[in-house]
Structures are given as C-alpha cells and as structure tokens.
Design a protein around this ligand. Structure first.
Ligand code: THU
Length: 164
C-alpha cells in the first residue's frame, strides 16, 4: 500500500477590496443575481457570475422546487446557461456568492460537489482552467486558479476508456 497527499492551492483575501476591479465587478454581479434567487425553502440565496472569453458576463441563481431534488444550484444554472447561449466561448472565471434569510454570511461560499463536477466539465471542454472566486456577503474572499483545486481526484473523461 502507499499513502499520498493531494494538495490544493487557495488564495485568500481579507475582503473584496483586495481584488482587481474585474474580479470585484464579477463578484458584485454574483451578489446582485443572488438577490433574485428562488429559494423559499432554504432561504439560502446563491448567485453565480461567469466571465466569458469574449468579455460577456452570464449569471444564474439557485432555483428551488417544492419537490426538493428538482431544484438546481446557482453554479449549474449559470454554467449551463453559458453553455447553451454561448456554445463557442470559453469560460474564464466564475464568481459565487450567497446570502441567507436566517443569518449573515461572512465567509466564502463553498460550492457543492455536484456543481464542482459540472464546472469541471467546461475546463475539459475548453482545455483551459477556470478561476473561481468564492465569497459570502462580506468578509474573506477565496480564489482558486482551477476547478481541479476544488475537486481533487475528480472523475475525468479518461475514466471512460479502458486504455487510460
Ligand atoms: N446551493 C447552490 O446554489 N449552490 C451550491 O453550491 C450549494 C447549494 C443552493 C441549493 C439550495 O437551493 C440552497 O443552496 C440550499 O442548499
């Protein structure tokens, strides 16, 4: 047997004031669209904003359903929308933020596993990393340079082939 470590790199900023203007704009777009989320059951309102290679920004927010599993997270609403509306344009950066109707969110949003896998698909599709900016309503902001840093040991296309 062997034991090995998988490392991941996260850059943390004390607040959004330390971000570049472009990154802060994208984060603010995520925060703005979070306000329009449909989340009456969890009261947890998530927004995602994607910057595309052509400069366009695509946004999405979580859409809940009374049949709970039928809802969808903000990240997937946004990235599937980008894939549908701009099929030929790579995604460069994704900002994700959230707020709650129950408490103040003062630490970075942590995307769920299914959304990490969904976002990873677009790195494979475009063969280039996607930066991710994670924040709450206020407080620290975390940045990773690739979805791989959020999803080590991920399931990849090569797994489907015998000769991988
Ligand atoms: N949610 C997201 O939109 N993104 C995530 O990465 C985690 C969770 C949503 C789903 C649900 O509407 C609410 O947050 C509570 O789980």
């Amino acid at each position: 047997m062997r034991t090995f470590q998988v490392t991941t790199t996260v850059t943390e900023y004390a607040s959004d004031a330390e971000l570049t203007a472009d990154d802060r704009d994208l984060l603010n777009a995520a925060r703005a669209i979070a306000r329009d989320a449909w989340a009456p059951y969890s009261q947890f309102y998530v927004g995602a904003a994607l910057r595309l290679a052509n400069g366009e920004i695509v946004t999405g927010n979580n859409q809940e359903n009374v049949a709970y599993p039928s809802g969808l997270c903000a990240e997937r609403v946004a990235i599937y929308s980008a894939g549908a509306l701009h099929p030929d344009v790579p995604v460069l950066t994704i900002a994700v933020s959230c707020r709650s109707g129950l408490f103040e969110v003062n630490k970075p949003m942590s995307p769920c596993g299914a959304c990490r896998q969904a976002m990873a698909e677009y790195e494979t599709r475009w063969n280039q990393p996607i930066r991710v900016i994670l924040a709450g309503e206020q407080g620290a902001v975390q940045v990773v340079n690739s979805i791989r840093d959020l999803l080590p040991l991920m399931f990849e296309a090569g797994e489907l082939r015998k000769d991988r």
